[in-house]
Design a protein around this ligand. Sequence first.
Ligand code: GCU
Length: 420
Amino acid sequence: MRSLSLAGLALAAACSAPLELPKLDEVTPYAHPMDLPAVEGLPELLTLSTGETVRTQRDWQSARRPEIARTVEHYVYGAAPEPPAEVRAVRMEECMTEDGKAWREQVRLHVADGVWIDLLIYSPVGVKSAPCFLGLNFNGNHATTHDSKVMLTESWMADSRGGRDGAANDEQRGMKAERWDYEQALAKGWAVATFYHGDIDPDTWVTEDGIRAPRSKSVTPGEHSWGTIRAWAWGLSRALDHLIENPRIDGDRVVVHGHSRNGKTALVAGAYDERFAGVISNHSGCGGAALSRPARGETVERIVTVIGYWFTEAFWSFADREEHLPLDQHFLLALIAPRPLLVCSAIEDDWADPLGEYEATRAAAPAWELFGVGGFETTGFPETGELVGSMPAYHVRDGGHSVLPEDWTLWIDWADRLVR
Ligand code: GCU
């Protein structure tokens, strides 16, 4: 479905080595999901599998964090391969924008055989090495802006996203521009980088294309193989590899953010790649910042039935059995400690379960406390518009499931204060 350009053909050869997927069962003996006992309440964040209590940063970093990281990938998202030995970056375009306020760069990153990311970067003119927001988009880079110089994605595009016969087209240009407030970020000295999540893995059950396609795999998919969310998160890390090398960007201040499924992915990227300096999830809901138990809004059963390819097959076994999960989403959030995390909800977005997002953030907070940073003292679910906690932080606004300019205002203010 995806046609390689001539330049792409020449360069893709550099990345033809198969990706090695870790075999999780060989690392730690895990129980089969169907044999796991029901857990009363939430699984304990600070209790090691040996039953010992985690009291210090050192216990966390050396023992509990690795244990949680493995459990979360084993049962929910799957494990990702190591970074490829070499990612060829081809600068497809670089120019100042017409208004003279930003540099626009379009860089193609060849991450595996026949798989590339087209990274769009806007950075503020006159700022030397700007901090940067990095996030995935749903409809192609060209849909995030009315800037006609942005290339159409060559990756498969569902008709439901504005594609025609599986391809991107000019009519999609700017269709999601209101969700990408480049102007505000640039005016405040931030760069913004984005790529289409379909460049890494198509958002569909069919795996003919993308990084999880059989030709990119070195092992037969099993019940703990990576799902699409982990693959997208791996792609974000490849974009970060580039941003770290990019002289216009401050590689120590890259905040990964995302809305909805891309918010789930931002959390996974931040959890497994400690080079991300901060993480923002917007309305990420089930399989993201919201607890799986109690089941409110979208349930595990619903998500694995309709969009199960986002997760491991092991996760499918918890449909209607979430009380048997040996983890909950506060484990994922805690992997981000001690770096800044901001969880955002919208009060009318019942599907993403604002209360479950708040409770997961609160339940993850003890991980930050071990580092003596921040805190999450609240008097309960906050009023809309009130930012609670510092590390981690939680915010719920009025309205529904979307990204608004006021969300960017909140993110930039928060990042200006905490991401250094
Ligand atoms: C669906 C899905 C959610 C997801 C959302 C989105 O509603 O059920 O889990 O977050 O799509 O990504 O827009």
